[in-house]
Structure formats: C-alpha cells, structure tokens
Design a protein around this ligand. Structure first.
Ligand code: CDP
Ligand code: CDP
Length: 220
C-alpha cells in the first residue's frame, strides 16, 4: 500500500512551507517542498544560459539535476545554492518554467519518489490535484495578498536578501495570476480540499487545524 500523503497547496506565502515542515517533523514523516524543485530547476537553467521558455532544454535538464538536500542546505552541482533558491527572482523564474507542460511531466517521477513510509507531507500548488490525487488529506491555504506580501518581505529581509514591499505586492499578484491561469496544473483548490485562510491565524494554529483533520480521518 502507498504511504499516506498530506497535501498542502496554496499561493505564495500562504504558509504552506512552514505548516507542512512542522507537521512532517511532528509526525516523523518525510517532507517535500515541491516549489524548491521548480526553483532549483529554474536556477540550473539560468546558470546554463537557457531561456525560461525553452521547454525542451529545461525538460531534458529536469531528470539530470544534481541536487542534494542536507537539512537547510541545498546543493546544486555541488555548490550551496540555499540563499539563491529563496530569492524572489528565483521564485518568479520558477513560476515561468512551471507553465511548461513538458517540464512538469519531467519532474513528476522525481516528486512522487518522495512518497515513502511512514508518510509524506508535500507542499506546493498541485500536490493534491495532480501529483498525489489519492492523498487522504488535502489542505488549501490562502491569505490576503497584503498579508502574504508583508510576510514574504519580512522573510527576505531576515535572510539578508533584496526586497521592496511595493514590488513584492505587484510580483505576487503577477505570480498568482500566472500560476492560476496556466493550462497545466493551475493553482486552485481541488474539490476534496479543505480550505484554511491563514491571514489572521498563526502557524501553530494552522498546524493544529491540519493535525486535527488528519487524526479525524485516522491517517496519523
Ligand atoms: O514559496 P512560494 O510559495 O513563493 O513558491 P514556491 O512554492 O517555492 O514555488 C515557486 C513557483 O514554482 C510557484 O510560483 C509555482 O509557479 C511553481 N510551483 C508549481 O508550479 N507547482 C508546485 N507544486 C510547486 C511550485
Ligand atoms: O511556503 P509559503 O510560500 O506558502 O509560505 P511560508 O514560507 O511558509 O511562509 C511565509 C512567511 O510567513 C514565513 O516567514 C512564515 O513564518 C510566515 N507566516 C506567518 O507569519 N503566519 C502564518 N500563519 C503563516 C506564515
């Protein structure tokens, strides 16, 4: 039998990463930050001088990516790219390559391989809709655009990365629109997802909400 999956999807800075990582730690399950994979592929493509719409080259690169996750550290081709991966420019580049169907298809096996016993908490845009459609619990997080821009701004400043609140609001709206309008795996809650607006609640409250539902369903 397949290991159980808790799928946590939502737009940028809705809190998916923080919530998913804490749940995985609490349950002792594996954690998949699927956005990081898209970000790393975008970074690798840019490093090789590929255009962000070069579907063929990017899809060919996907299975060959030399990536290592070591705690908080991400290594690409042996180099520490942990900070570069978190840049907003990388997030925007990731969202551009994420519209390409061949790229999404090429990453699928890589993403599904994270599903291992005793269970997986995966966060992204299409964890519940496409990658793990049989996940026994699907959560879709939302939050107001202003709250999300504010969170992302604080997060970038904390890491010492460049950030401007005005451009973040603008970029966040553009990225939301690109993610939601694309033909393949668009950002939207699937019918069996439970919605949670995190604008006014803490990460701890969101974690407790998800765990309550997981226990009610008997999956942990
Ligand atoms: O952390 P944040 O929500 O800003 O972004 P992310 O989860 O790191 O994802 C970066 C971009 O990758 C998103 O804007 C999506 O376009 C794309 N992505 C996707 O298409 N499907 C996923 N499962 C995860 C990310
Ligand atoms: O993964 P995603 O882009 O959806 O968001 P995140 O990286 O988990 O959260 C973005 C920032 O918002 C982090 O610094 C979180 O600590 C913060 N956050 C918050 O203050 N309150 C929440 N309810 C959720 C996230």
């Amino acid at each position: 039998m397949n290991a159980p999956v808790i799928a946590i999807d939502g737009p940028t800075a809705s809190g998916k990463g923080s919530v998913a990582a804490r749940i995985a730690a609490e349950l002792g399950w594996h954690y998949l930050d699927s956005g990081a994979i898209y970000r790393i592929l975008a970074l690798a493509g840019l490093q090789r001088g590929f255009a962000l719409d070069d579907e063929e080259a990017l899809a060919a690169l996907a299975p060959a990516l030399d990536v290592k996750f070591d705690g908080e550290t991400i290594r690409l081709d042996g180099a520490d790219v942990s900070l570069d991966v978190r840049r907003e420019t990388t997030g925007n580049a990731a969202s551009k390559i994420a519209v390409l169907p061949a790229v999404r298809a090429a990453l699928m096996a890589r993403l599904r391989a994270f599903r291992q016993s005793p269970g997986l908490v995966g966060d992204g845009r299409d964890m519940g809709s496409v990658v793990f459609p049989d996940a026994p619990l699907k959560i879709f997080l939302t939050a107001s655009a202003e709250a999300r821009a504010d969170r992302r701004y604080k997060q970038l400043i904390e890491k010492g990365l460049p950030a401007s609140l005005d451009s973040l609001v603008q970029e966040l709206r553009e990225r939301d629109a690109r993610d939601a309008m694309r033909a393949v795996a668009p950002l939207k809650p699937c019918e069996d997802a439970i919605l949670l607006d995190t604008t006014l609640i803490s990460i701890a409250e969101a974690v407790a909400f998800v765990l309550r539902h997981a226990r009610q369903r008997g999956i942990c």
